[in-house]
Design a protein around this ligand. Structure first.
Ligand code: HEC
Ligand code: HEC
Length: 253
C-alpha cells in the first residue's frame, strides 16, 4: 500500500489527523515543557513556584517521577515521604495533575531533562560567524529551493533576489536581500525569521515556520552574501549540539 493510501485509510478509520506519538519524542517534550512547566519551574535557574528541575532525574527514581508528574496529588495522598516533604516545602502552590500526558510523553520529558535539554541553546541563537561551510551551503540550497523546508514553506527565491550571492533571477515581490544581514544585524534577523514574510502565501503553506536550524542556515547564507567574514572550519563540519540531538532523536525512533 502506498504511504498516501495508508494515510487516507488511517484518517478514515480513526476519523482524525492526530499526530503520531513517538516514544522519546524530544521535540514534543520541548514543547510540553515550555507550555506547561516553565510557568512554575526553571531548569538550572533556581526555585520559581516549584523546585528547579535541573538534576531531578538524578535525585529521583524514574518510576517515582512518572507517577508524580502524572498525579502528584495521588502520590502526596499516599503518604510517600519525598512527596509529602515537597508538599510542605512548597505550600503556597500545588503542582497540577497532568493525567492527559501519556506514559510516552512523560518518558520523553524525562529523557529531555536527563540529556540536559532545556539548558542547550537553539541553533538560531548562534552568531552567523560561527557557521560551517556545510551550514552556509544548506542556507543557499534552502534559499534557492534545492532543499525543502521541513514544514513546507515557500522557497525564498520565489520573492527575493540575492545579488551578493549571484542569485539575480529571484522574484520581485520582496526586496533584494544582499544588505539584509547588516540592515538587521544578527539577533534582529533571527527574530525577523521567526515572524516571516513567507507566510503571505497560500493556505497550503499557512503556519509554515522555519526550524531553528533552517533559520540559522539562511542567516549564515545571508551573512556571507552581505560580506561577513565567516571563518571556515579547518576540517570537516562541526557537530553542533543541535545536529547531535537530531541524530540522537532519529536514532531513538
Ligand atoms: C502551577 C505550578 C506548576 C506547574 C505548571 C508545574 N509544576 Fe511541577 N511542581 C510544582 C510544585 C509547587 C512542586 C512541589 C510539589 C508540590 O507542592 O506539589 C512541583 C514539583 C515537581 C517535581 C518534583 C521535583 C523534585 O525536586 O522532586 C517534578 C519532577 C515536577 N514538578 C515536574 C513538572 C513538570 C514536568 C511540569 C510540566 C508538565 C510541571 N512540573 C508543571 C508546581 C508546578
Ligand atoms: C511570498 C513572497 C515571499 C517569500 C516566499 C519570502 N519573502 Fe521575504 N519578504 C517578502 C516581502 C513582500 C518583504 C517586504 C515586506 C516585509 O518586510 O514583510 C520581505 C522581506 C524580507 C526581509 C526583510 C528585508 C528588508 O530589507 O527589510 C527578509 C530578511 C526576508 N524577507 C527574508 C526571506 C527569507 C529568508 C525567505 C525564505 C525563507 C523569504 N524572505 C521568503 C516576501 C517574501
Amino acid at each position: 500500500m502506498t504511504k498516501r493510501a495508508l494515510f487516507i485509510l488511517t484518517v478514515a478509520v480513526t476519523g482524525s489527523l492526530a499526530m503520531p506519538v513517538f516514544a522519546n519524542d524530544l521535540a514534543g517534550a520541548k514543547v510540553i515543557f515550555r507550555k506547561r512547566c516553565t510557568g512554575c519551574h526553571t531548569y538550572g535557574k533556581g526555585i520559581k513556584v516549584g523546585p528547579d528541575l535541573r538534576g531531578v532525574t538524578e535525585r529521583r527514581q524514574r518510576f517515582w517521577l512518572t507517577n508524580f508528574i502524572r498525579s502528584s496529588s495521588k502520590v502526596i495522598q499516599s503518604g510517600d515521604p519525598t512527596a509529602v516533604t515537597l508538599f510542605h516545602q512548597y505550600k503556597q502552590e500545588r503542582m497540577p495533575d497532568w493525567t492527559d500526558l501519556s506514559a510516552e510523553q512523560i518518558d520523553a520529558i524525562l529523557d529531555y531533562f536527563a540529556a540536559d535539554g532545556p539548558s542547550q541553546k537553539e541553533p538560531d541563537e548562534r552568531h552567523a560567524s560561527t557557521a560551517t561551510v556545510a551550514e552556509i551551503d544548506m542556507g543557499r540550497q534552502l534559499f534557492e529551493g534545492q532543499a525543502r523546508f521541513a514544514t513546507g514553506g515557500r522557497m525564498c527565491v520565489t520573492c527575493h533576489s540575492l545579488r551578493g550571492a549571484g542569485v539575480a533571477h529571484g522574484g520581485t515581490l520582496g526586496p533584494d536581500l544582499t544588505r539584509a544581514y547588516f540592515k538587521y544585524q544578527d539577533k534582529a534577523l533571527t527574530d525577523f525569521l521567526k515572524h516571516p514574510c513567507f507566510l503571505m502565501t497560500s493556505a497550503k503553506t499557512a503556519g509554515a515556520l522555519l526550524t531553528p536550524q533552517e533559520s540559522f542556515d539562511l542567516k549564515a547564507f545571508l551573512a556571507r552574501a552581505a560580506g561577513l567574514a565567516i571563518p571556515a572550519p579547518a576540517k570537516g563540519p562541526v557537530v553542533t549540539i543541535a545536529t547531535a540531538r537530531t541524530s540522537l532523536a532519529e536514532g531513538l525512533r
